[in-house]
Design a protein around this ligand. Structure first.
Ligand code: SAM
Length: 231
């Protein structure tokens, strides 16, 4: 099948390439990859050890843990850049960090409109900040908590982006109704049976009255949105 848009390419820079196996190979994301809508290349930071045969060192100023070295990361990043042919400018270059701008659906939508991504995954105590500043990387966080590495954050980001690409979802109208579209959380969903553990499906959903169902769903979404704002 031919797609009008060029393949969406992602290059993940990581010390754990194996972290990208599994989730991105299954379901709609996996089949979109098989169809050639997107692809992932991995740049293994360990291939860029420096003269002292290391990728990290102790933090200046003291403190626990190790910091990934700027030069090692730069060499890995240059390698990733060289795999992108023409318009590198249209690629988004992202550093995953708890300090970054918190990811939301608007950012995901924006990123899905680029031509591809370079995503850098930190580990240990993090990375030398000069690497981020020198390359003007966009710092993104997946939430206000600390993961042990950028890889789970990268997989989350990639999954959220890929499902928005054209021809990925079997039924694109799912995107119109789902949470965060128009800033609303999706309404509650139910399926068979009508009664489960004495709990009933809301009557209106069984009425067959499309107008009433639509109104109920909208009210339900608005109510949830209000609750979400309060939490
Ligand atoms: N020392 C850092 C701090 O206190 O902010 C935490 C480093 S964390 C253990 C190692 C790496 O995991 C980070 O460099 C980053 O790439 C990634 N990471 C951790 N939490 C993240 C989050 N909430 N969002 C995005 N990336 C995260």
């Amino acid at each position: 099948m031919k797609y009008s848009k060029k393949k969406f390419l992602i290059n993940a820079i990581t010390i754990f390439p194996q972290a990208f196996e599994g989730l991105l190979d299954i379901s709609i994301i996996g089949s979109a990859r098989k169809k050639g809508i997107w692809d992932l290349q991995i740049t293994d930071i360990k291939d860029f050890v420096d003269k002292s045969n290391t990728i990290d060192d102790k933090p200046y100023g003291g403190g626990p843990g190790m910091i990934l070295k700027a030069e090692v990361l730069q060499n890995a990043y240059n390698q990733a850049l060289s795999t992108i042919e023409e318009s590198t400018k249209k690629y988004q270059k992202i550093m995953l960090t708890p300090r970054g701008k918190r990811l939301n659906q608007d950012i995901v939508k924006e990123l899905s409109k680029s031509e591809g991504l370079i995503v850098v995954c930190g580990r240990y105590e993090g990375v030398d900040q000069r690497f981020i500043d020198y390359n003007e990387l966009r710092e993104i966080s997946v939430g206000d908590y600390v993961l042990s590495g950028g890889e789970p954050a990268a997989v989350t980001l990639i999954d959220a982006i890929i499902r928005l690409l054209p021809n990925v979802l079997g039924n694109p109208s799912s995107l119109l109704e789902e949470s965060f579209n128009n800033d609303l959380i999706e309404y509650l969903q139910y399926t068979k049976p009508r009664v489960w553990k004495n709990l009933k499906v809301p009557e209106v959903l069984l009425s067959g009255d499309h107008k009433k169902i639509k109104d109920w769903r909208l009210e339900n979404s608005i109510a949830f949105n209000k609750k979400k704002k309060d939490r």
